[in-house]
Design a protein around this ligand. Sequence first.
Ligand SMILES: C[S@@+](CC[C@H](N)C(=O)[O-])C[C@H]1O[C@@H](n2cnc3c(N)ncnc32)[C@H](O)[C@@H]1O
Length: 427
Amino acid sequence: MKKSEKIKAQKLRKFVLLYKVRPYHEKMEKKSVGNKEELKITLKCLFGFEQTLVEELEELGYPKAEVLNRAVRIIGTWRDVYYLNLYARCAISILVELDKFYIKSEEDLYRKSMKIKWTEIFDGTKTFAVKGAVFSTLFNNTQYPYLVVKDAIVDSFRNEFDDRPDVELKRPQVLFDLYIKENEVTISLNTSGIPLFQRGYREAVGEAPLNEVVAASLIRLSKWDRKTTLLDPFCGSGTILMEAALLAAGIPSNIERQHYAFKNLKNYDETVWNDIYDNAPRNVRSLPCRIMGSDLSDEMILKTRRNLRQMSFGRFIETKVCSFEENTKDNDEAIFILTNPPYGERLAANTHELYENIGNWLKHTMTNSQAWIITSSEEGLKSIGLRPSVKHKVFNGDLECSFRMFETYAGSKRTHFPFDEQETEIE
Ligand SMILES: C[S@@+](CC[C@H](N)C(=O)[O-])C[C@H]1O[C@@H](n2cnc3c(N)ncnc32)[C@H](O)[C@@H]1O
């Protein structure tokens, strides 16, 4: 290689190295939305749904997701951040890494946090909060590190403007995520702000509603084909029906949501967001399948209808007030049941009797069907009297639940079911 070529190659290597190691916040001022900049984007999810989120990302065009604990990581741009906040149904929040460093002491956390150019990230008129998770013996009080980072942010503003932004813990306009694992610190921007299960479509809720992200994740985990009739016979305020319809219609689950913390950042590019949002599908003339819900309570069905009314597909969803056993079907019709019956925890129920009746109804009325049931009730699961083909351990809020699939056949003759190819996974 000639001397001049060698120098050129050296310079190029140095540039690549410099570009790679420059922390994200140093690049913040370059209004970088939509360009090729590589951001570490972490999508947080619920326990046990990492693979489900990976599959969703693959379908959305992100095939290279890395699985973390209750999270999935991709490399992308600000456009991807905006897009995924709108489209990812199984994500709880979306983080963009600002900096990662190692500390030996509490003072180190303050010193290194002060290096982040906070004043370039957001305007001092916006409220902010620092939240996250701390697993470190360096701190006696696990709340203390959040205060340290909060102080670094406030001091950075004071040093530059002689003024400071206010802290707002409930609904901050800008949210930072602090994650400390022993001496390794990661500081990220939580670009979603309030969690993404706050979809903006649910006006009326029942006593024990399912979290929207749990509902979306269960639907995906069940591998419903989006064509077979779906029935939720304990539909409450209709979360499963709503998420199933949004998925079948290809409408982003967050289409009704207005709040996103990324809109409060200095680099927010409204043109890019409007382009994504305005082009998102929202109006459909029909659904590719029947979606049906029923509940014993007329008050719940009223709530479901009120929630569905705002959606273009609302009129296609069939709802009725009745006990679950009153749902019947033709023998050769395939029905996909996905439901969240009372657990006996929040809603009073004679669990043994209820689940025994569910088992009998599945066996005798819902033949040639697949039924997925999520419940925390061990007594209930024993009382069903059917052997599950698939089991998953999941959480509904703090409640540990089992999500199980039961298949029912009429006699020995089994009709072909579109989900027969599904992998079986027994805990
Ligand atoms: C856990 S909640 C379902 C919540 C629902 N997934 C939601 O997101 O709002 C259980 C529902 O079962 C209903 N229910 C109780 N017993 C029933 C029965 N025998 N038949 C039909 N629905 C029943 C209750 O009215 C309640 O709305």
